[in-house]
Design a protein around this ligand. Structure first.
Ligand code: ATR
Length: 273
């Protein structure tokens, strides 16, 4: 019986095991998917052990997405450019291939939520960490943009924009002042997550009616930024779709089957609702 895993620290909160195990049942695949707690110091040993114990593939979550790269044999171009891996495949010759499905997972969920409504929109990405990076490169690959970054630490936004052709960077204050220019605003920071980081990363007062605000957070389902954006008649999306689609792209790599994402998004929304 094949087995799969997700490694991270912490790992208890991960909904990936429930999602993949439920897709196994739906698709009559004889396999299981388990969460494994791996601390930073144990990462190298964990990768060798997963391989030795016959794991067929695994997901990688915080804080290992970049650190795992030296322990893999092949890195997909998209994972290389993002400098982060979230999916590992064990190939038939036993070598390990790392890829990244976070960015394309986000873009797919956005296209699904707003079909035909994304072209020619100026994009503002709030945040300049790993998530912002993955999303920005995936958006550019699908020809969306132009992209502007804003971040609490402006230096990180400037650095990221220097790597992404045609993008710009600005302070939070400038972004707040020019918010009405952006048709698509993507929130990638941890502000608003799990009720532990209350507040908004940016004041959405100047938001134009009808603009799209996407938050990658899905717990809670509606962050304060989304609540305030809805009050300004924006169209909103939470991070459930991104989470499900990154998992679906990994599932497809491992099993060659596209799982049902729509039903899964509904299921998770009910669980977290
Ligand atoms: P991830 O992989 O989830 O993107 P990360 O690479 O650690 O995680 O990036 C975290 C992002 O959230 C950064 O943009 C960070 O801003 P800074 O670069 O200024 O640190 C942002 N962030 C985290 N906590 C924040 C807070 N309390 N207020 C504003 N931004 C915050």
């Amino acid at each position: 019986r094949k087995w799969f895993a997700v490694i991270g620290d912490p790992i208890e909160q991960s909904m990936s095991p429930k999602m993949h195990n439920s897709w196994f049942i739906e698709n009559e695949i004889d396999a299981t998917y388990i969460p494994i707690h791996v601390s930073k110091a144990d990462l190298k040993e964990a990768v060798m052990s997963l391989k030795r114990l016959g794991c067929s593939g695994w997901n990688v979550t915080v804080p290992h997405k970049t650190a795992i790269i030296p322990f893999l044999d092949h890195i997909d171009p998209s994972a290389k450019i993002m400098n982060a891996v979230n999916t590992v495949e064990v190939l038939s010759d036993g070598t390990l291939r790392g890829s990244n499905t976070d960015g394309i997972g986000f873009v797919r969920s956005l296209e699904e939520a707003f079909p035909g409504q994304l072209d020619n929109k100026k994009v503002l990405i709030i945040g300049a960490g790993g998530a912002a990076r993955g999303i920005a490169f995936a958006l550019q690959e699908s020809n969306y943009g132009p992209i502007a970054f804003t971040n609490r630490t402006i230096e990180k936004a400037l650095e990221l924009s220097s790597e992404l052709l045609g993008s710009t960077a600005m302070s939070i204050e400038s972004a707040e002042a020019s918010l009405q220019e952006y048709g698509l605003i993507i929130q990638t920071t941890s502000v608003g997550m799990n009720f532990s980081q209350q507040g908004v990363p940016l004041n959405p007062e100047n938001l134009a009616e009808g603009s799209i605000v996407a938050d990658i957070i899905y717990n809670p389902l509606e962050t304060e930024l989304l609540t305030k954006s809805l009050e300004r008649n924006a169209l909103t999306m939470n991070g459930t779709g991104m989470f499900v689609h990154q998992g679906a792209f990994a599932f497809e790599k491992w099993h060659g089957i596209q799982p049902n994402t729509e039903k899964m998004i509904e299921k998770i929304t009910i669980t977290l609702g």
